[in-house]
Ligand binder design. Structure first.
Ligand code: PLP
Length: 456
């Protein structure tokens, strides 16, 4: 079988190293890199660097390449749009691709009610606008979010984000009226309970928040990721979302699903909430919807979405026509290539393999996720569950040195997550899993750990 991974130089190669030097001189240090390899080309599930090394991509640009790098459908529509016009601003001279994408999302986003869509550029911007819309509609100020959540880096989104270092520390003050409660993270239950005997007390805890923290009638929205993204691909038990949705409804609070990372077939359905038995008032998408171009959407109940007045929503580049055409192609590709089914198959394959790894290496404390959104949570000891971020750093380093791009996650940085393009071939996926297995073998020995070299 021909291998995809091809390493011509030890990585990072000389050209990558030279570029990193230029990058260090010219670019702010605040932007982090998961790997020190500089991209030159990408196709499908493959990234080639400037030194001619070929990597398998299990990171997908942090979940932005579900339909693959440079998908044929996306390129076709983008090229055609480039030949027409690239920017007029939807607020100056509107255009059809924006309208067509809104129509398509209104059909595809779950919810048996009339919907409308607003388009913007990034996940954080979608979050900001969802909060604005929720406040305009409910005329209430507060927003409830969750421990271990990630909603972006702009100031309101950052206020809703959980992790302090490196995201929040030093960037205060944040906007007010943001309240946080524990997520349904069963492996590390904040209430020390076990599922199912807990009876999903973490959802009912919302009632306690209304008594002790913020009055229900002051709350505009509860914003939540169906599966925690940066938080480590934590998936709540089945009954959590319906319970939460019922409590929101009871108190006239809007439920906002942040599907920036879970959306566009990643979890086995176009949107993860399709599997959770709820119809949120607003659903946010970004990342993979743009097929590699910056695009984000807020889709929700029409009467809620129309609450802000004319001119209250917008942005110079929001819903750029080239990005809208790319998104229309992405949605076609998901359907034509049956990528939801593919996500389920990839997830099953990974879980089977990961369960066998778990038997060999108890340092794999938990296998998390849904569909092809999968992760390994590494611990120092299976009993104490003490997070092992050094293991994840060592595994990631081994992986990229052997031709596999991966990224970490988790509040403790102890989770290795998989976000490979869903168009990855079976042979490529097996090849990548082989590298990951070798990385685990080199890093964990029957629960005792070898000395590790961590990223410099
Ligand atoms: C769930 C979620 N929401 C929002 C964001 C922010 O998206 P962006 O980086 O496009 O602003 C992210 C990014 O990782 C995310 O995972």
């Amino acid at each position: 079988m021909t291998k995809t991974i091809r390493l011509r130089t030890p990585v990072p190669g000389p050209k990558s190293r030279a570029l990193m030097q230029r990058r260090n001189d010219a670019v702010v240090r605040g932007v982090y890199h998961a790997t020190p390899v500089f991209a030159a080309n990408a196709e499908g599930a493959i990234v080639e660097d400037v030194d001619g090394n070929r990597f398998l991509d299990f990171a997908g640009g942090i979940g932005c390449n579900n339909v693959g790098h440079r998908s044929e459908q996306v390129l076709r529509r983008v090229r055609a749009q480039l030949g027409r016009y690239m920017h007029t601003c939807f607020s100056v001279a509107p255009y059809e691709p924006y309208v067509a994408l809104a129509e398509r999302l209104n059909q595809l986003v779950p919810g048996h009610f009339p919907k409308k869509t607003f388009l913007c550029n990034t996940g954080a911007e979608a979050v900001e606008n969802a909060v604005k819309i929720a406040r305009a509609y409910t005329k209430r100020p507060a927003v409830i979010c969750f421990d271990d959540a990630f909603h972006g880096r702009t100031l309101m989104a950052l206020a809703l984000t959980s992790k302090t270092h490196p995201y929040k520390a030093g960037f205060q003050p944040f906007p007010s009226d943001v309240y946080r409660m524990p997520y349904a993270y069963c492996y590390r239950c904040a209430y020390g309970k076990e599922y199912p005997s807990c009876q999903v007390a973490c959802a009912d805890a919302l009632e306690s928040v209304f008594k002790r923290v913020v009055a229900a009638e002051s709350v505009a929205a509860v914003i939540i990721e169906p599966v925690l993204g940066e938080g480590g691909f934590i998936t709540p038990p089945r009954d959590f979302f319906p319970r939460l949705a019922a409590l929101c409804k009871k108190h006239g609070i809007l439920l906002v699903a942040d599907e920036v990372q879970t959306g566009i077939a990643r979890t086995g359905t176009l949107f993860a909430v399709e599997q959770l038995g709820v119809e949120p008032d607003m659903v946010l998408a970004a990342k993979s919807i743009g097929g590699g171009l910056p695009l984000a959407s807020v889709t929700g109940r029409a009467e809620i979405m129309d609450a802000p007045g004319v001119g209250g929503l917008g942005g110079t580049f929001g819903g750029n026509p080239v990005a809208c055409e790319a998104a229309l192609a992405v949605l076609e590709a998901v359907e034509e290539e049956d990528l939801c089914r593919r996500a389920v198959a990839l997830g099953k394959q990974f879980v089977a393999r990961a369960q066998s790894w778990q038997k060999r290496w108890p340092g794999i404390g938990a296998i998390h996720g849904m569909g092809a959104m999968r992760s390994l949570e590494m611990v120092r000891d299976a009993k104490t569950r003490q997070p092992d971020d050094a293991a994840v750093a060592a595994i990631s380093k081994y992986c990229y040195e052997h031709g596999l791009l991966t990224i970490s996650a988790g509040t403790y940085g102890n989770v290795l997550r998989l976000l490979m393009p869903l168009v990855i071939t079976d042979a490529q996926f097996e090849e990548g899993l082989g590298v990951l297995e070798a990385a685990l073998a080199a890093t964990c020995v029957s629960g005792a750990k070898m000395p590790r070299v961590v990223h410099a």
